[in-house]
Design a protein around this ligand. Structure first.
Ligand code: URA
Length: 243
């Protein structure tokens, strides 16, 4: 990709273009080993090596973060009342203007992808792509083999009588509460909670543990986030065409 040095460095979070112009004059910028005082020079990000104060700057247009969303925080970029997941990011990440891919309820924890890659977000959320999302669920009442069968067939949600697509319910432990895993391929508002309501049960704790090829990193405490690895990004970018 061909880009001006000042644009490249400011997009990488180094500073404003004005700041970079001054820094270039001071000799802080090198291109392919030689000092470059003209910050308007166009470089090729695939071929040229740009260093800022001795550090090689790898140009990135997109940012991909995985967060272990805590309770009490909303999956939005802005909110008048509540803290948002974006408020939990550092300035370096906020610079890229990332947004959460889809929503987890305020009281839901777990895997949330945060990116500024609109195409990927669109693909992952597209109802046609049927990206699997797996949740760990604690439910107030016993969960039975009949419930597993009902989820397999799809359940009718109360209120709008929407029939869900087949979902996989795995019982870890049935009791009061019951512990299970649920995998759904769509993302209606409050879907998991509504599916449990449809079988006369109630979700008391909900945590997303995977989305498509991406699994929640168990070393992340709630509220923590990390950048995706190259492999995680590559796998995510090959979103299946739907089934
Ligand atoms: N289903 C829900 O009910 N809530 C979530 O946050 C995610 C899926």
């Amino acid at each position: 990709m061909k880009i001006r040095i000042d644009k490249m460095l400011s997009n990488s979070g180094i500073g404003s273009r004005k700041q970079i112009k001054t820094d270039a004059r001071k000799g802080f910028i090198e291109v392919n080993g030689a000092i470059e005082k003209d910050s308007s020079r166009i470089i090729d990000t695939d071929r040229d090596t740009v260093k800022y104060m001795g550090e090689t700057i790898k140009y990135t247009q997109f940012i991909y973060l995985m967060m272990n969303k805590p309770r009490g925080v909303v999956s939005a970029t802005e909110d008048n009342y509540d803290k948002t997941v974006i408020d939990l990011l550092g300035n370096q990440e906020k610079f890229y203007k990332p947004f959460p891919v889809g929503r987890l309820d305020k009281d839901t924890e777990g895997l949330l992808l945060i990116t500024n890659d609109g195409r990927l977000a669109h693909d992952l959320l597209s109802p046609k792509k049927h990206v699997d999302k797996t949740y760990y669920v604690e439910a107030a009442e016993e969960v039975t083999k009949d419930d597993v069968k009902a989820f397999e067939k799809g359940v009718i949600l109360k209120g709008d009588n929407y029939k869900t697509l087949p979902a996989k319910l795995q019982i870890i432990e049935s009791g009061y509460p019951s512990l299970c895993l649920v995998t759904i391929r769509e993302g209606k508002f409050h879907q998991v909670k509504r599916m449990f309501n449809a079988i006369n049960n109630e979700v008391t704790y909900l945590q997303r543990i995977s989305m498509g090829t991406l699994n929640l990193d168990e070393s992340l405490k709630t509220g923590e986030y990390r950048h995706l690895t190259e492999d995680e990004i590559k796998l995510l970018l090959t979103v299946p065409s739907g089934h």
